[in-house]
Design a protein around this ligand. Structure first.
Ligand code: ARG
Length: 392
């Protein structure tokens, strides 16, 4: 039954439209919603709104849902509308009158934000782990091939001597920047929205700080209007940070696609990582890298979607905001999958030192020759012109 149902029977067609696929997406939030509700129930007991045994029963019921969910036995159905409803209905069915008390002093508006933030916190932590794994893959590439020199490029034309050590370090440094950004965003959003209700508080004296502490938040996000208006804004910032990671993976993919061109052959992808053509039997295509490159654009679109969904709304909750859920989840999935696959690729590519040596044609050394002259006292511009004569 809907939490808000009074006397009218909702129109099924409208219901289907308003629920959309939210009930499916909410499958991921069940454990987090229970976690937040456990803290909420404990706080209600602390301030004397619930009796100790009532809170105990509610906590037990919520833990039971968490274990059912873990075994894949707690489903949010379309008729439930969302996980918050499914959970409350379950508590009412199993605990009767006590179950009806869980929603004291809250609204689904602060509730959904709490569940989402707990989910984000875990997903951001997983993102950090993925970044560290990729870091280790670059370190192992550097150990194996760091000294191999190859021509570095500008304008897709040979420029100066580079090495795979320099290349690996370049991405390690960039991913280190991304990690800092992820950490910053994780700290920024790690504040409790609970207790702000629908955006305008609750006419009870709550201990918001206690709930925040139980849930491991850094503190409370104070103002209810700020809380509601942050939905969409926080998400866009977080997805922007994820996009920075995919930006680096995008550039890395382009490098590897180029370095593994059969005409260059500096890098070889294992055959098992390549895909074939349905017509050209000789082809070994780097589809995996092309898709990784494209994920950046996909996540950039999620960021735009988030900002555009939330902007222009007057302060407070609007159902529009439900549509911010999917792009965030999509962005996390794209990032986590890409990080895992990128680590696999970096660990398994082979660098052909012979092909790299062949690529280091004499022109790649032109700048070094200029500097040999500079070191012997020739002014730079003269040295540049002297060497440059050979190249027309
Ligand atoms: N599924 C909704 C969302 O994600 C839950 C909040 C519903 N709140 C409401 N006032 N209708 O936004």
């Amino acid at each position: 039954m809907k939490l808000w149902k009074k006397n009218t029977e909702p129109d099924k067609r409208i219901e289907r439209y308003t629920v959309g696929d939210d009930f499916l997406l909410d499958g991921r939030l069940v454990r987090y919603d229970c976690e937040a509700s456990i803290a909420h129930a404990k706080m209600l007991a602390k301030i004397g709104v619930l009796k100790a045994d009532e809170a105990k029963k509610l906590v037990g019921g919520l833990k039971h849902i968490q274990s059912l969910d873990k075994e894949g036995r707690f489903t949010v159905r379309s008729e439930d509308e969302d996980c918050h409803t499914a959970i409350e209905n379950f508590l009412i069915q199993t605990l009767g009158q006590t179950g009806k008390k869980i929603h004291t002093a809250r609204s689904r508006n602060d509730q959904v934000l709490a569940a989402l933030r707990l989910y984000y916190r875990d997903a951001l932590h997983e993102t950090e782990c993925g970044l560290l794994k990729l870091d280790r893959a670059f370190a192992s590439l550097k150990r194996k091939y760091g000294k191999v020199r190859y021509p570095g490029y500008t304008h897709t034309r040979k420029a100066m001597v580079s090495s795979f050590g320099l290349w690996a370090d370049g991405f390690t440094e960039a991913l280190g920047d991304d990690r800092k950004l992820i950490r910053f965003v994780a700290g920024w959003i790690n504040r409790s929205p609970l207790g702000t209700g629908a955006g305008y508080g609750v006419p009870l004296k709550l201990d918001r700080a206690y709930v925040a502490k139980l849930l491991g938040f850094n503190g409370v996000q104070k103002n209810g209007i700020a809380v509601q208006n942050s939905r969409g804004k926080y998400e866009a910032t977080m997805v922007h940070a994820l996009g920075q990671i995919l930006y680096d993976l995008n550039r890395m993919s382009s490098d590897l696609i180029f370095f593994s061109l059969p005409d260059l052959g500096y890098v070889a992808l294992p055959d098992a990582f390549c895909t074939g053509s349905s017509i050209m039997p000789q082809k070994k295509n780097p589809d995996v890298l092309e898709l990784m490159r494209a994920q950046f654009h996909r996540v950039a679109a999620c960021e735009t979607q988030l900002k555009n969904t939330a902007a222009n709304l007057i302060s407070g909750y609007h159902r529009d905001l439900q549509l911010t859920k999917k792009p965030v989840m999509e962005a996390f999935d794209a990032t986590l999958d890409s990080l895992a696959v990128a680590a696999l690729v970096v660990e398994n590519i082979k660098i052909d030192a012979g092909a790299c040596r062949k690529g280091l044609t004499e022109d790649v050394l032109a700048t070094e020759k200029v500097y040999d002259l500079v070191k012997r006292g020739v002014p730079f511009r003269d040295a540049y012109r002297m060497v440059g004569k050979r190249y027309g």
